[in-house]
Design a protein around this ligand. Sequence first.
Ligand code: IPD
Ligand code: CA
Ligand code: CA
Ligand code: CA
Length: 259
Amino acid sequence: MENDKWQKLLDCAVSTVKQAAEMALEPGIELNIETKSNRNDLVTDVDKAIEQFIADQMTAATGYPVLGEEGHEVDSFEGRVWLVDPIDGTMNYIETRRDYAISLALCENGVPVLAVVQDVAAGKTYTATLGGGAFCNGTPLEKVDPDVDFQQVVLLTDLKEIRALPRLAQVLAESRGHRRYGSAALEMVEVAAGRAGGFVHLWVSPWDIAAATLICTETGCLVSRFDGSNMDVRQKGSVMAAWPKVHSGLLYRLVQAPN
Ligand code: IPD
Ligand code: CA
Ligand code: CA
Ligand code: CA
């Protein structure tokens, strides 16, 4: 029933994101790379064109306001709001043309209720609706294993997090291994899809994680701030998304364990 409630909106969101993926694959325009806050914070004309396309489509279809990384702003998160990251992993888009995503979420009073994360290079469309489960290309994602702990899984994080959280280095050493793909949305989806057990990032924005948060929670993952406090996707901050026992293990070892 839940799914029926969202199906038309989900179809519209998926169709728009897939058209946007074609724009990323065959841009037909110069990338025209610009630097934002620092030399590794980049934006291209393709990011901007995709955000404009998605905003135009979703506004025309629903009239709901759109918040996007590349300029679309909202006055408030009251009611329904679309959150778009036109390319999550712009550095990958520029340098390797893989491991980048288009992320589109619908939030209701700040809570994600519908999500699409497109792994463009892999041609995979991850979707979720609140209470309706998560899917990859229409096939349900299985629930994650609640009884596995962090020593048995691959963890996803970055050097910046290891520097900021010195205890993380030892945790990673005890895990099955660590990886970093360079797209927060895709890294969270890796956790939801059962290929990694946990993801820690200290500096994410609403558009990075709104859609992936719902995909994670619909597969039984826990999503919080790194210190265990409640996730509010409207605010910038940290994220820890992990299978339940991995999450409690990480929380204990990173935050709660005595020195
Ligand atoms: C970035 C990616 C990256 C993360 C950064 C994000 P962008 O998004 O998700 O993996 O480490 O914090 O800003 O800028 O490529 O959309
Ligand atoms: Ca960016
Ligand atoms: Ca992003
Ligand atoms: Ca982006």
